[in-house]
Design a protein around this ligand. Structure first.
Ligand code: ADP
Length: 499
């Protein structure tokens, strides 16, 4: 049972090959017409041969039928000439001739076995009414023909036109001729066997052509596979090209597109790794410089030690922040199924965040305002969302000016929670706006480092928003301020989760 099933499956598997399909199609397209042609030719030959034979015999029978009347054979069957003619006819066609008179009595049978008997058959009756019949019995291989023996006398009718003759036809009897169709069948068999040989040769040729064509036609696809394997194995780095078919061109174009995107991803990964290394190295280098300078000096005053130690501690904090942020980023890169979704009152969450950040803002006399347009409940991962929103708000404070303001608006429409984080700080130059969500991207490196940034905050924030299937937009003018518009679906779409 199991083996039968697996056999069937493996057969089906073969049918999934384009090569096999092309092979079968060419074979069928070539083979079916030859089979039909052979059958048609043989049938036509058969019909034609039988018809020619029937015509021949009918003509001869007509001549003999006339002679029968001339020699008055129906009343006296002793005529040597007629008997010889009948004998010749039956010998020639390997058949039997029976002469029947008007009363269905058999006058003559060339086989000599039915003379004196009566013959009543449908054909004979129809023939006695003047109909010529012929019948081919394909099973027993004989042809039966009935020919009426017609006595035609001409009568001059004086009442009609002078030259008008009136014919009267009287059927005096029937000639029933049955001849063998053996030789027709023999010829047919010969033809059949020749056709079979031709057909076999054609089939062999067809198989060869089908095989060669299936190989040739599928070759470009093999070339695509080889080219892709070349890239996979690292032998080839360039884009591939197989312009043989429009289809292969499409496949290759799609593949090159994918390859291009993979290269971009790979480059960005490499850049990320080098950025990470660089960022992690900077605080360490500073610490090393600070420590070395302390070690190289003798009798260093305690105050200097303390001052350097404070700097070293700052660098450790910086390193720690980078590592914490990197870990957060890695978490954001994970699958959406890692989200711990719960129902959150957004207004409350924002107020909590602002409460925590207000003291930092106060140090620079920055006003932090909160506008709650309506109560907004949404389904989200509270930890990740808090991290994202606090990054936006922290930035608004960090990149602000003395006595500036930060305004957070909490609103929603029927589908999305809408959070606006607005500031009137330093703003972002237009050329930098498309890059600020990239990892480690900072508009002004020195300024940002001084403020305490590492370029990861917005990357983390945006990843968190995207994980919630939300979006972030930005409006900013250098020197005037920045507005971030964050949009998050109120209902988390679980159906797409992790798929
Ligand atoms: P960082 O840790 O340096 O703040 P972010 O990813 O949070 O990194 O921000 C990237 C850069 O975008 C920052 O270095 C800063 O130059 C710019 N930026 C972000 N938010 C603001 C803002 N509200 N106003 C002005 N510039 C901003």
């Amino acid at each position: 049972m199991k083996t039968k099933l697996s056999q069937r499956l493996s057969r089906l598997h073969i049918l999934r090959s384009l090569k096999v399909r092309i092979f079968i199609i060419i074979l069928l397209v070539g083979f079916i017409p030859t089979v039909l042609l052979r059958a048609t030719i043989l049938r036509t030959y058969m019909n034609r041969a039988v018809n020619v034979r029937i015509n021949d015999i009918q003509n001869q029978c007509k001549v003999i039928a006339n002679h029968l009347l001339t020699y008055n054979y129906l009343t006296d069957n002793s005529s040597q000439i007629i008997n010889a003619e009948l004998g010749m006819l039956s010998d020639l066609y390997d058949g039997r001739v029976i002469i029947i008179d008007q009363s269905c009595n058999i006058i003559k049978d060339t086989y000599g076995i039915s003379e004196g008997k009566t013959m009543i058959s449908e054909e004979v009756m129809r023939c006695l009414k003047g109909e010529v019949t012929s019948h081919y019995d394909a099973e027993n291989l004989y042809i039966e023909i009935t020919t009426p023996i017609v006595d035609t006398t001409l009568k001059q009718d004086s009442e009609l036109y002078d030259d008008e003759d009136q014919q009267t036809q009287v059927i005096k009897g029937v000639m029933l001729t049955s001849v063998s169709a053996d030789n027709i069948q023999t010829n047919l068999e010969l033809l059949k066997s020749r056709a079979m040989v031709m057909q076999t040769l054609a089939a062999i040729l067809l198989i060869a052509i089908a095989w060669v064509l299936s190989q040739i036609l599928v070759r470009p696809f093999d070339r695509v596979t080889t080219a892709i394997s070349g890239i996979k194995d690292g032998f080839q780095t360039e884009q591939i090209s197989v312009p043989d078919y429009i289809e292969t061109e499409h496949i290759v174009a799609a593949f090159n597109d994918l390859l291009g995107r993979m290269k971009v991803v790979d480059e960005s990964r490499q850049e990320f790794v080098s950025n990470v290394s660089h960022e992690l190295k900077t605080p360490i280098t500073s610490m090393k410089v600070l420590a070395d300078s302390l070690l190289q000096q003798e009798d260093v005053p305690v105050e200097l030690y303390k001052e350097f130690m404070v700097d070293i501690a700052d660098e450790i904090d910086r390193e720690n922040k980078i590592i914490t942020d990197l870990l957060a980023l890695v978490k954001m890169d994970k699958r959406a199924s890692d989200l711990n979704i719960e129902s959150i009152l957004l207004n409350e969450l924002l107020e909590r965040l602002l409460k925590r950040l207000r003291p930092i803002a106060k140090q620079r006399n920055i006003d932090v305002l909160f506008e709650s347009v309506r109560e907004v409940w949404l389904e989200a991962d509270e930890v990740k969302l808090s991290l994202a929103l606090s990054n936006f708000i922290e930035n608004a404070i960090k990149y602000n000016v003395e006595y500036g303001y930060v305004k957070v608006i909490c609103d929603a429409d029927h589908q999305f929670a809408l959070i606006t984080v607005e500031d009137n700080g330093i703003g972002i130059p237009e050329e930098d706006q498309e890059h600020i969500f990239e990892r480690f991207y900072r508009v002004d490196k020195s300024h940002s480092t001084e403020i305490g940034g590492n370029g990861l905050g917005l990357a983390i924030a945006r990843s968190a928003v995207l994980m919630h299937r939300g979006s972030v937009q930005l409006e900013s003018q250098e020197g005037k301020g920045t507005k971030f518009f964050i949009k998050i679906p109120l209902i988390y779409l679980r159906s797409q989760e992790g798929k």
